[in-house]
Design a protein around this ligand. Structure first.
Ligand SMILES: Nc1ncnc2c1ncn2[C@@H]1O[C@H](COP(=O)(O)OP(=O)(O)OP(=O)(O)O)[C@@H](O)[C@H]1O
Ligand SMILES: [Mg+2]
Length: 241
């Protein structure tokens, strides 16, 4: 079976800073991977390389068999990304934001249906005609994720999707992510261990640009002799300091 994502020695260096250092990883189609790591571990840089937002300085990466440097157009048509800094246009309405992104991916006659469906799925009906700048931070996050999914990506990257959300909004987003999981491969970065534990099929722990551990929660618990993801994470992350 082909991999959704396959990287080999993927590296990004900024001047004298190695942000991602020889990342080798394979992700199966339909998997949800939680990408964990302390601040500055290289998670966002990894997401940016895999979605053609920045070029690797070394190594390679393929999305469904397509190279992220040589086959950018194809890769871009396969991925959706909700960036860490939400990319919502403040002066556009919710509907206009969605239409803008849909137009990048879909033929003209499919845009309205896709926008209506997304507004429904994400429970945004009453906000459709509101300017994005009038919404709370949590709703902006929601719209950012809705925008990432509207083109029907095969692979979805969610960079800290639930940062700053209240408990109920987070739970609701979890349900929305669960629903997407059926036919989408998802890479989710988060600092919330509970979120990773609830949603992820496998967990990847990075520190200093390197992958330090990969596995299911059970595998990582067995390997570290710890119970629960938070204890596993602390033990893996501190071991490398
Ligand atoms: N454009 C850039 N120029 C220079 N250094 C950068 C740039 N982008 C990221 N870095 C550095 O690369 C390293 C990894 O950053 P990255 O944003 O990937 O981390 P992260 O794991 O997403 O962290 P966080 O949890 O805080 O979001 C950091 O040391 C960061 O300062
Ligand atoms: Mg980040």
């Amino acid at each position: 079976m082909g991999y959704a994502i396959k990287t080999e020695g993927l590296t990004k260096t900024y001047k004298d800073k190695v942000a991602v250092d020889g990342l080798t990883l394979s992700v199966n189609e339909g998997e949800l991977i939680a990408l964990l790591g302390v601040n500055g571990a290289g998670k966002t840089t990894t997401v940016r390389m895999l979605t053609c937002l920045t070029n690797p300085t070394d190594g390679r990466a393929e999305i469904l068999g397509h190279d992220v440097v040589r086959e950018k157009e194809i890769v871009k048509s396969l991925v959706g990304v909700s960036p860490q800094e939400t990319a919502v246009a403040e002066n556009l309405t919710v509907r206009e934001n969605l239409e803008f992104i849909a137009a990048l991916y879909l033929p003209k006659d499919k845009i309205k249906a896709a926008v209506d469906r997304t507004i429904n799925v994400f429970g945004l009906k009453e906000f459709g005609n509101k300017k994005a700048k009038l919404l709370s931070g949590g709703y902006k996050r929601k719209i950012s994720i809705a925008m990432a999914t509207i083109g029907g990506p095969k692979i979805l990257f969610l960079d800290e999707p639930t940062l700053g959300l209240d408990v109920l909004a987070r739970r609701q987003l979890w349900r929305e992510i669960e629903a997407l999981k059926k036919d989408t491969t998802i890479i989710l970065t988060t600092h919330y261990m509970e979120e990773a534990q609830v949603l992820a099929d496998r967990i990847v722990i990075m520190t200093e640009g390197k992958v330090r551990a990969v596995g299911t929660l059970e595998e990582l618990e067995a390997r570290t002799g710890k119970k629960g993801l938070e204890e596993v994470f602390v033990s893996v992350a501190e071991a490398e300091e």
